[in-house]
Each structure stands twice: as C-alpha cells, then as structure tokens.
Design a protein around this ligand. Structure first.
Ligand SMILES: [Zn+2]
Length: 106
C-alpha cells in the first residue's frame, strides 16, 4: 500500500515539471533576442536621448514643443507650427547629453 502511494506522488511531480519546462522555453529566448537587438541598434559612443524641446516659431514667435531623439542628430525635420500651422524646419543637434532644436523658416 505504501509503495503504491509513493509511485503516485512521483508521477504527479514529473508531470508538473515537464509542463513548466514547456511553458518557460519560448519566454526567455524572446527576451534575449530583444536585448541583442537593442544592443546592436544602440551606438556605443552616443547614448540614446529622447526629449520634448520647446522651440519658438520663426513665423509667429509662439513657442511649441517638438519631440526629438538622438537619432535625429544633425538632421532637419519638418513640422507645422502648432499655432499658425506654417511649415517649420527643425534642425536637431545633440550636445553634452542634451538635445537642442533650431527652428528655421522652410
Ligand atoms: Zn507659428
């Protein structure tokens, strides 16, 4: 009687562990992939910056916020002024860990 009870307990234990293994397998792999991807895309020298910068509109003088990231460093993006809706050229440049945006008439 005692031996039968022991066998039953062992059987249920092995079932539980195998089920857990099946569930765990895909999870960590995905996380590792995400990590590798972010390490590859991020440049080692320049840290990733992302911030909202207030710029004065070159047309109407009203300030509005634009979203800039360090990937846009040295690039010009175009956005309509939030107040007068005229197209503004925004020159992004990163300096000492901060993002600056220059607004020009486009
Ligand atoms: Zn404006």
């Amino acid at each position: 009687m005692k031996s039968k009870a022991g066998k039953k307990a062992k059987a249920s234990k092995t079932q539980k562990t195998s089920g857990a293994r099946k569930g765990r397998a895909p999870g960590p792999r995905d996380k590792v992939l995400e990590r590798v991807l972010s390490e590859v895309t991020a440049e080692p020298q320049t840290q990733h910056l992302e911030q909202w910068v207030q710029v004065p509109c070159p047309y109407c003088g009203e300030e509005f916020e634009v979203h800039a990231t360090s990937e846009q460093d040295g690039q010009t993006m175009y956005e309509d002024c939030h107040v007068c809706c005229r197209p503004v050229a925004l020159l992004v440049h990163a300096e000492e860990g901060e993002l600056h945006v220059e607004a020009h008439r486009s």
